[in-house]
Design a binder for this molecule. Structure first.
Ligand code: FE2
Ligand code: FE2
Length: 163
């Protein structure tokens, strides 16, 4: 394999691992919020956040599988990017998450570009697919943040069903 080709693979693996470590943080952050929302009896919000945490698990796994497909001898990262914030209230969770999904989309768009520049259209397509799912997460978090901001307690009071 040429040196140029090796360099391209290294660049792609680097962004796949960075994305995976961002997903690992999102999983723990969203699960932590899920426990708090559940404890506060906001069952519907708790179960929606848990479902999104499971989507992030699938993303973390998809990035790992792509790394293994490129080079089976590599061990995908177990590093968590950033720090999980504990003890957030329902009033702050949804705008916080909407921001973090938006940041993630911007970063993944850049990672997708890096994959294309390094001649890996399969990894670029994976980023494209996952960006579409982060957009759906953003839409849900942003809509919910708006409802909480506009309706406050009357909206929150209606979120006690679910599991
Ligand atoms: Fe994700
Ligand atoms: Fe997401």
């Amino acid at each position: 394999m040429s040196t140029e080709c090796n360099k391209q693979i290294t660049n792609v693996i680097e962004v796949l691992n960075k994305a995976r470590s961002m997903e690992l943080c999102a999983i723990l952050q969203y699960l932590n919020q899920h426990y708090g929302l559940d404890d506060d009896d906001y069952g519907q919000l708790a179960s929606a956040v848990k479902k999104i945490a499971i989507d992030e698990m699938k993303h973390a796994e998809a990035f790992a599988e792509r790394i293994k497909e490129i080079d089976g001898s590599l061990e995908p990262t177990t590093e968590i990017h950033g720090k999980v914030i504990r003890g957030q209230e329902a009033e702050e969770i949804f705008s916080f998450n909407a921001n973090s999904e938006q940041e993630t989309m911007a970063i993944y768009n850049n990672f997708m570009k890096i994959c294309r520049e390094n001649n890996d259209s399969i990894s670029a397509t994976l980023f494209e697919k996952i960006i579409g799912e982060e957009q759906k997460h953003f839409n849900y978090f942003d809509d919910t943040a708006t409802h909480i901001k506009k309706l406050g307690n009357s909206f929150l009071a209606r979120q006690t069903a679910g599991n």
